[in-house]
Design a protein around this ligand. Sequence first.
Ligand code: ZN
Length: 250
Amino acid sequence: MRRSVVPILACAIGIAVAAGSVGANPRADARAAKGAAADSDEIALGAALVVQFDKDRGVAATPQTQRIEAYLQRIADSLGRHTVRKLPWRIHYDPHPGIKSGFALPGGHIVIWGGVVAYMSTEDEAAAIIAHEIEHTDIGQVAKRIDSLTKTGRDVRNASQWKWQEFGATYGEVPEKLCDFEGSKLIVKAGYSPLGMKRLLESFIALGKVHAPSDPPNRLIADRVTQIDKQIADEHWDALTKTRPLRLPP
Ligand SMILES: [Zn+2]
């Protein structure tokens, strides 16, 4: 039953958690955030994979999904002013209610599913998942994945050799936790409350309790709540409790 709470695609904010410590300065070498591929090639590959994603999943924009996507895009734009890499951070909204998650495609393209948005009551939570996904790209995890696949003979300029699902798989506990850590800093820089990250993670735990009351809380997600609690204390963010209501368009 707990499966219904934990996102299917693992990269998402709701799943993998690191047990290890967060690196001291993941941005120390800005070039490390960028792989061998040119930004323009990475952006074009991501755009092609979005087309592939929409086709595979039958995603077709409606006036309603376009309004929601535009709202999420405004949040991404406010975060994008504070990123290291200057990429066109672009939100793609798939309204499917069964997937409580999001993931980062190459070049700054980000998929957000309707299932996770349904959990939210504040814009700060939306900022938290978008920031988590931005960080996958901004701290170089997506570029590293591209590089490792190009070493097997893939051509970054030939999108037909790539599958969008390859970017939905988890990066592992430590990298996922790092994206929470850096993502929390990003939302605070953009004026959001770090409670957005905490509440989003706690939503998964709360619903887990409802769906499987006799099971212990998901250890991975509980670890991530512990991390944000510690980060709020360490960064002296305790006063940043003011959140904004989620203003999803009709
Ligand atoms: Zn992730």
